[in-house]
Design a protein. Structure first.
Length: 152
């Protein structure tokens, strides 16, 4: 048996990069932000886990990069209450969407548990096995609880 050894190549990993989808639907990655495209700025902190929604706006080709954004903020200050309200509404919409997905999955799981006499699952060791009757009852109870908490 041949064991493969991972050898670091000395190539530095990108700290930050940009991701966007072009007009043809192709996902692109680069170290520099694209012009005239909506992009997501990816940092080390955002690479894994919950998808982060970027608030980046496309950069216009003829727009000079200056402190004009600072001047706009001084002239039109952001109302913190409206910003908080907007963020709260977005968060609540995301939570409602997640609850709806969880409700649908819980109903599907319960239907499968009640329909099929034997259900095959993959164990911790990677091998497949069938659920014991006691495990199936536990899963049914968990599905009922998930339906109660997510389907309102």
């Amino acid at each position: 048996m041949i064991n493969l050894v991972m050898i670091p190549l000395g190539i530095p990993a990108l700290d930050d990069y940009y991701m966007w989808v072009d007009k043809d639907g192709i996902t692109n990655f680069a170290e520099q932000a694209p012009k005239n495209s909506v992009f997501v700025h990816i940092t080390e902190r955002k690479r894994f886990g919950y998808a982060h929604q970027s608030r980046s706006k496309p950069i216009k080709a003829n727009q000079p990069e200056s402190n004009s954004g600072l001047k706009d903020q001084l002239v039109n200050p952001i109302d913190p209450n409206s910003a908080i309200t907007e963020e709260k509404a977005k968060y609540e919409a995301e939570m409602a969407s997640a609850r709806q997905r969880n409700c649908t999955l819980a109903k599907q799981n319960l239907a499968r548990l009640e329909t099929f006499a034997r259900i095959r699952v993959q164990g911790d060791n990677g091998e497949y096995r069938y659920l014991e009757p006691k495990e199936m009852e536990t899963k049914k109870i968990e599905s009922h609880e998930a339906i109660k908490s997510n389907c309102q």
